[in-house]
Ligand binder design. Structure first.
Ligand SMILES: *Cc1c(COP(=O)(O)O)cnc(C)c1O
Length: 309
């Protein structure tokens, strides 16, 4: 039994009417850790357990850290998550709720990650990277297996891109199901658009800073594999504003009663925002509703007020 669950696949009436075409939703927000991350993180942690590791370490104060904490508790392996001082009380509480140890260290992720790396001298300790790990991509690919097994005739996938782990896993899933020709709409927000900038520059680029509220998309550079895929797969990069992403979160809550982070709102914005230009060339998109556990409704409303001011 894997650690993740098989998630519902819905034909969204609200989004299909808006788009004027069938829109399918893969509801990864319903994973027990609150995001798709559990698929890949769970697979990686199970491999570490098989290899005799007795402690798991993460430096993510977001959905990856929560997923590692959940996986460790399920596997009976202690987890330490090192997070920077900027991590919200809610994120720390979500990690601690899974019985993991949270260490707050440093002003930024770089310093927290450096402390996490210093814990790896012991060969019984495994570090779980939030996106750059082939074991994890293979785990993420299972969401495409499920959509194919459900017999749904989707002709494209819409997903969000941070460091590119989800993108890597979805393309692996398409390829292993003989769907390598399907286009992927790679959604990012302004200020977290490391894939869009890399595709424009023709090489991997590092952003100076992450300025988007979609913090789960905040990798300064996408992983090498994600950049390579942008050259070998039909990947169409789309960048939306923070306001469009936050607006999509609120409208999705009204339509489907599920609260997601702006990182996921970026994908939903492909349907909710503007004039459908983004989805004009596809006829039955599968939207990966990737979820996100760290935002709550007051926070989303505060963002909307600030962004629309
Ligand atoms: C991690 C995450 C992403 C981005 O995934 P990558 O694998 O880093 O590209 C998007 N949305 C949510 C909710 C996430 O947790």
């Amino acid at each position: 039994m894997p650690l993740h669950i098989q998630t519902p696949l819905l034909a969204s009436r609200a989004l299909s009417r808006l788009a004027g075409k069938p829109v399918w939703l893969k509801l990864e927000a319903l994973q027990p850790s609150g995001s798709f991350k559990l698929r890949g993180v769970g697979a990686a942690c199970e491999a570490h357990a098989r290899n005799g590791k007795t402690r798991l370490v993460s430096s993510s104060g977001g959905n990856a850290g929560i997923a590692v904490a959940y996986a460790g508790r399920q596997l009976g392996i202690p987890v330490t998550v090192v997070v920077p001082e900027t991590t919200t009380a809610r994120a720390k509480a979500l990690i601690e709720q899974e019985d993991a140890t949270v260490i707050v260290h440093g002003a930024s992720w770089m310093e927290a990650n450096a402390l996490a790396q210093s814990m790896l001298a012991d060969p019984a300790v495994a570090f779980v990277h939030p996106f750059d790990d082939p074991l994890m991509w293979t785990g993420h690919a299972s969401m495409i297996d499920e959509a194919v097994q459900a017999g749904v005739a989707f002709d494209s996938v819409i997903l969000s891109v941070g460091g590119g782990g989800l993108l890597s896993g979805v393309v692996e899933g398409l390829r292993r199901n003989a769907l390598a020709q399907l286009p992927v709409l790679a959604m990012e927000t302004v200020g977290a658009d490391s894939l869009a900038q890399a595709m424009r520059a023709g090489r991997r680029v590092e952003l100076d800073a992450i300025t988007s509220v979609a913090t789960s998309l905040g990798a300064k550079a996408v992983c090498e594999n994600a950049y390579e895929l942008s050259r070998t797969h039909d990947i169409r990069s789309v960048v939306v504003t923070d306001l469009e992403a936050v607006d999509a979160c609120e409208r999705f809550l009204a339509d489907h009663r599920i609260l997601v982070e702006p990182a996921c709102g970026a994908s939903l914005a492909a349907i909710y925002a503007r004039d459908q230009a983004m989805i004009a060339e596809v006829s039955a998109p599968l939207v990966i509703v990737c979820g996100g556990a760290t935002a709550d409704l007051p926070q989303i409303q505060a963002w909307r007020e600030r962004l629309s001011a």
